[in-house]
Design a protein around this ligand. Sequence first.
Ligand code: ADP
Ligand code: ZN
Ligand code: ZN
Length: 738
Amino acid sequence: MIRSAPARYTGPMTSSSSTLRVALPVPLPQLFDYAPPPGPAPDPAMTGQRVRVPFGSRELVGVVAGIGQVEDPGSLRAAIEWIDTTPLVTGELWRSLQWLARYTHAPLGEVISTALPGPLRRGEAVPDTHQWGWQLTAAGHDPQPKLRSGTRPQRLAACLAEGVVNEDRLDTLMDDWRSAARSLAKRELVERIALAHSPAVASPASGPAPNAEQAEAIAAITSADGFAAYLLDGVTGSGKTEVYLQAIVACLARGKQALVLVPEIGLTPQTLSRFRNRLGIPVHVLHSGLNDNERARVWAAAARGEAQVIVGTRSAVFTPLPNAGLIVIDEEHDGSYKQQDGIRYHARDFALVRAKALDVAVVLGSATPSLESLHNAHAGRYTHLRLKQRAGAARPPVVRVLDVRKRPLRDGLSPEVLAGITQHLQAGHQVLVFKNRRGYAPVLLCHDCGWTAPCQRCDAPMTVHAGGRRLQCHHCGARQSAPLACPDCGSLALQPQGIGTERLEEHLVEAFPEFPVIRIDRGTTGKRDALETQLASLGDRAGILVGTQILAKGHDLPKLTLVVVVGIDEGLFSADFRASEKLAQQLIQVAGRAGRAVDTGEVWLQTHHPGHPLLETLVNGGYHAFAEAELQQREAAGFPPFAHLALLRAEAQQVEHANAMLSAVRALIPDDAAVERYGPMPAPMPRRAGYQRTQLLLSSPARRPLHGVLDQVTPQISALPQARRVRWSLDVDPMDLY
Ligand code: ADP
Ligand code: ZN
Ligand code: ZN
């Protein structure tokens, strides 16, 4: 009998050859095999090295994730060229990024691309991190006879007469010194030289002597030998930053690098100069206001171990730390640590993973710790360090709940509040009026027929701006001018309903004409330094700040003695399971702005629900009483941190397409998996920017079964025929279910 199938040769393959297994920034789960480009043969030591490859009709920058073998190398495309001669992403960072890809169930190539600064992602060389300076040549030492006085070249030569000056300093001394330098260099009178790395810029300033609680916290953190996690749980103004600084000083003394993460709005020039003064060495900064090249330079300086202290926002968690000693996460509860699109990582959680991999201490600081972190502290995974007193002379603020039921409100403000504001202003103090809603009013309403102005592309009303003249959607950004008459009934009785910061500002300007009123929200702080400039314009004068949570942190405002919180009532009845936690944190944080100096501060909460359990617990028991009660409720309801969630979101032009895709995913999950499935169901905002949105929520009491299911299911999703007309994303540990 003749067998038709060809025999398969299973012995050693003489024709087998090594390939590069490349991670590419494409939304596909697998690695891609390429024949090596001209140059050295594939070697496992090339892992982490960038390589340029053809992909379809494009060229992409990939990173070698391993070396593979194929039997038929002829079928492979060849990589085009090496970008690096040595691996770019190595050691702990490489392993941690692989962990992150597994944890978020995202393609490794996309994770790496998220972690790299733009220029490196695009295949540019690792930038030079030398400091450069200019000095006079021997011939230039006597330039006087040859240079006309008062000209730029003459002034530059005069600057350099004392010796080398570095370029950063020249930038501060002269505009356009570069053209002068070029013309002098042409005549060989000056030259550019690379400076040896000289970290010390000033002698470190000493801080206040730590109080007993601080001293205990500092001792605990600095005694850590290897990985240890600390929850530094201290009321606002208790001196947490002092604790970080001392821990960093100890870390630097051991010759190690420190990484400090701060929320986007916490990274103020004030904070930075405090770090710089106290440490006396360059503090490298990473935030969204930097251009790509600046980011790449900081990344490179950290990778070379030159940057010793790096302070940055969310994405700074990807900084390479070859010589790590300490990681600090300030305001660890802050929502801005969670990336809400692309690779949905949580910088705090990833920082913990890195600290463990680096075997260093990690400090999570907050006045209002997340329930997750408190839970971890209760479970003994974090050492719980408490700072219960404000440092220095400042006393805790006095909190008062103002029942405004049946009280006449004018633009949302009760007569008591207006009287209180008057009193504090007349005493020469500052007042903060906090309202978590920007714009003039949340809704434009027809008084005759009840019509409200909707966004055409979202299931949400448009927010009224510019005193009623403009409408803007805060979800998709759509803008239009307000209609003059109701489109439904033709009535002219269109009224802005509810209160936003603009409306408060308008009212306060009118009520207190002799005092400055400054509104601060995302509408007014477009530019990075705008907040700074606005606060500076107020200075120490008596006046009023009106704003959203942007004002809840950052600057010290020593003249601020009254904080008025208006319109918290919406937040008390939100359906989202984290809404109470967020509201409590916001209230405590904004209350913490009051009375940070000598005068005792007051916080007034204006509400129609003075008996609401959240307010009662918070006011009488403080944040911890609230948090304990909330943790019990979460446990009873099976919500995080007692459950692990993953949310699969789908968006399509037609809702059936989104639902069909999620149903197909749901069907992939084995029935015996210890994972609850909810959905497909409409998202809390079922239509946004013209897309229909649905979601499938997976929940499990333990992490392992949830990830087991995701491991099995996610690689199959992009191959589903139902996924073709759908934009989808997976969010592991979602912050909100939107
Ligand atoms: P937090 O980070 O907890 O808000 P900070 O570290 O910013 O607190 O401290 C609040 C204020 O108290 C700052 O002005 C700081 O200089 C001051 N401060 C901190 N620790 C002490 C201390 N031990 N003695 C005196 N003043 C202190
Ligand atoms: Zn109408
Ligand atoms: Zn919209």
